[in-house]
Design a protein around this ligand. Structure first.
Ligand code: ZN
Length: 505
């Protein structure tokens, strides 16, 4: 029975050992699986990528980008036990724990902006990454270059005229067009900004200089007039930098208008920069020409003046004046257009032709100052046509003291007198009347009024009208008488006595 049982027992023993072996194998498999989970799963074995240098790199425009790179390590822990990890890491040393890092991403330093560079490394089925931001920026301001011209200067008190400039930015290129400039207290300030807002400034100190002397303008140039006449010096001076410098003009020399002779006046002026100019004027004071030389310079002068013509009798008058070689003055109008050409004959004979207005109509000429000068200029146009030149001499219709003008425009005479002076015009009244405008209608009446009027006067300005036959008739006798008495007849000039009455309106 025992023998029978033995094999049976042996079989039982075999089966038990197999089961134990199987169980051990199962346990080992479980252990390795757990270790595997610890190694690669739960305990985070990984590839760590670490940047070299900063996470954010700032680069100036066009500054080359030198990537500092990154490094990678395959790392992890086991059971979180340092001693054990130390052991494990020694084991790892023999393996590849420093995988190669690959960088991707493009940095264009010719373009402003932010760029991303990515770093990646892999080992044992694990991958790690890291990123770096590269900012390409422009912090450099543009550069302004000021151009200068040789020997350049600005007139004091004048704005600076630009010599030129350039502005260049590394990033934006030519910014010359964007430069703004302003001038203040002798300095020009320039500013320009690039598109990144970097501002450049420059300054230019203006060099002021004045190398041109003032110009003196002598009104009338060289002048000549008769003894006893008056002359008022008039000049102005203009400097390129300072403008009107008339006040700075110094006049040397003087004129004695009571003594015939040639006088020289010297005008000098100097600007603030020491530029001087000098001009001279010759002033000739002429002796009064008289038929009787022994009476030269006696000062007894008659200025015959004839208004309202030319007319029907004017040519007869010219003949009488010619007969005695006497010169007179005609204040002409457009009253008798048929005789207009006589104006030319008057001038040709050496008489003075002056304006007495075109219409001689009070309501027209004294309506306004503009109306007056319009009418005046119309007559001057005719004078210019007949004589070849315009005149600055005139007589107001009714004289400067007339009050009839107040009927048309209050205060007009005061305004006209002032405007005439501003224009450099001279107006004449009279201090002797022939009476031919009212009281007298005969040659003998005119004659006696004239004789009485000039007697005892050094300078007589006689009011006559060449449109009156009796006045023209009276002249032969009157001139003959006056010449015998030693009077000299002269035509009016700008320097002659004006015989002003005084303004009443
Ligand atoms: Zn008149």
């Amino acid at each position: 029975m025992n023998t029978e049982n033995t094999p049976i027992n042996t079989n039982v023993k075999h089966n038990r050992a197999g089961r134990i072996l199987l169980a051990v194998l199962l346990i080992l498999i479980l252990l390795f699986t757990a270790a595997g989970i610890f190694l690669f799963g739960i305990n985070k074995w990984q590839v760590q990528v670490t940047l070299k240098g900063d996470e954010t790199v700032r680069l100036e425009y066009q500054e080359p980008f030198e990537d500092p790179g990154a490094e990678a390590v395959f790392t992890g822990t086991l059971f979180d036990l340092p001693a054990f990890d130390d052991l494990i890491s020694r084991w790892w040393d023999v393996l590849d724990t420093r995988p190669e890092v690959k960088a991707t991403g493009n940095v264009d330093t010719n373009e402003l902006g932010s760029y991303m560079v990515s770093y990646e490394a892999s080992a044992y089925g694990r991958t790690g990454t890291a990123h770096r931001v590269v900012i390409v920026e422009d912090t450099t301001p543009p550069e302004i270059t000021l151009k200068t011209k040789e020997d350049y200067y600005t007139l004091p008190g004048h704005p600076y005229e630009e010599e030129g400039f350039e502005a260049v930015d590394l990033c934006d290129g030519d910014l010359t067009e964007s430069v703004e400039s302003r001038e203040e207290d002798g300095v020009v300030y320039y500013t320009v900004k690039d598109r990144s807002g970097n501002e450049a400034t420059a300054e230019r100190k203006i060099f002021y200089d004045d190398r041109t002397a003032p110009v003196i303008d002598l009104k009338g140039g060289d002048v000549s007039f008769y003894v006893g006449e008056s002359w008022k010096d008039s000049y102005s001076a203009e400097d390129d930098a300072e403008g009107d410098v008339t006040d700075k003009v110094k006049v040397e020399g003087s004129v004695d208008s009571s003594k015939a002779g040639t006088y020289t006046l010297t005008y000098t002026v100097e600007d603030n920069f020491g530029n001087k100019s000098e001009v001279k004027r010759k002033v000739t004071v002429k002796g009064i020409p008289v038929n009787d030389e022994s009476k030269a310079g006696s000062g007894k002068v008659i200025y015959l003046t004839f208004d309202d013509g030319p007319g029907k009798y004017t040519e007869d008058l010219l003949a009488t004046l010619k007969k005695y070689n006497v010169r007179a003055t005609f204040f002409v109008t457009h009253g008798f257009p048929a005789y207009e050409d006589v104006i030319g004959k008057e001038a040709k004979a050496g008489h003075t032709v002056a304006v007495h207005t075109y219409t001689h109509d009070y309501a027209t000429v004294y309506a306004s100052t503009d109306a007056y000068w319009n009418d005046f200029n119309k007559m001057n146009d005719i004078i210019e046509k007949q004589t070849g030149k315009r005149t600055t001499l005139f007589r107001f219709p009714g004289g400067s003291s007339n009050t009839i003008s107040a009927n048309y425009s209050s205060g007009i005479m005061s305004k006209l007198v002032k405007q005439a002076e501003e224009k450099g015009y001279s107006y004449y009244d009279w201090n002797v009347s022939s009476g031919d405008a009212g009281g007298t209608t005969s040659p003998s009446g005119v004659y006696s009024n004239c004789v009485a009027g000039v007697s005892g006067r050094d300078a007589s300005v006689i009011l006559c009208h060449d449109i009156k036959s009796y006045t023209v008739e009276a002249m032969d006798d009157f001139i003959e008488w006056a010449l015998k008495e030693g009077y000299t007849f002269l035509p009016l000039t700008a320097y002659s006595p004006k015989a002003h009455h005084g303004v009443n309106n």
